[in-house]
Design a protein around this ligand. Sequence first.
Ligand SMILES: [Zn+2]
Length: 316
Amino acid sequence: MQLQVTPLGTSAGRPTLVRGASALAISTATGWMMCDCGEGAQTAAQRAGLSLARLDAVLITHLHGDHFNGLPGLLGSLGLDGRERTLTVAGPPGIHEALQTLARVGALGIGPLDLKLLELSGDGGELPGLGVESGLQVSCAPLSHRIATYGYRVSLPDRAGTLDVQKALAAGVPSGPLLGHLKSGRSIRLADGRELSAQDFLGPTQKGMAVAYTLDTVPCEGAKRLGREADLLVHEATYEHARQELARLRGHTTALEAGEIARDAQAKRLLLTHFSPSVRGEELAEEASRVFAGTIAARDGEPVVLESVRGSPAPT
Ligand SMILES: [Zn+2]
């Protein structure tokens, strides 16, 4: 299995000539989800070869314009495309009112689109049923910014362990459908009346690959929780650490602090994004690498591919 993470916009506050406003795609071979939808996200997605028809959900972190302003345009385009399939939009308190207001004044038309809005509250948790085409699972948790903000964890489902066929045959399981039952995790009854539990013949469950998306925020527990042992933690790094005071004042994280969060969460890799136009992403990645070696600076349109080969040690 493969997960592809494509930054669609990596700038903080406003788009620049080389970085769009915040947006990122997480895709499987069959579908995808968008995290944040800053201005220009829909065209960036199409440039990256992503089909809007296969978009399952848009996960909005907060309602600041650089994360939200592309959403009305995207919904409008899906409406013009005549899309009827459900699109889920998850977002913080106020998202329903924001879209309703735009629709009321005539700024948002969604045609036949079946829009399902999930307005998040409290401590977040699982958001079941979103990955209709992609098969992706989603959970969320609050972050700590200047307004209500939620981060997300997007993952593939866990897979049952490998069946030890020789052991099953030796226990008297005949070749055929009963082996298939064991493989899918179901217990079976043999002709001689013995009941066999699948757990006795399966290897350990294989965790589905996971990507955490945590912006905008000051360093917080929610980001660490979402990023726990994630294959990729996508964290904001608006400024370098020398401007920590400014970062805190504006509700942001420095590159060094993002590295510390990835290290503490034992994430496998860290993708920095949400760069102030006043910084160079590569320099911020270097700064974070002092505490977390597996750090990359996001660049618009340059995907990070995650393969489900597990067992490699987490970078420190
Ligand atoms: Zn922002």
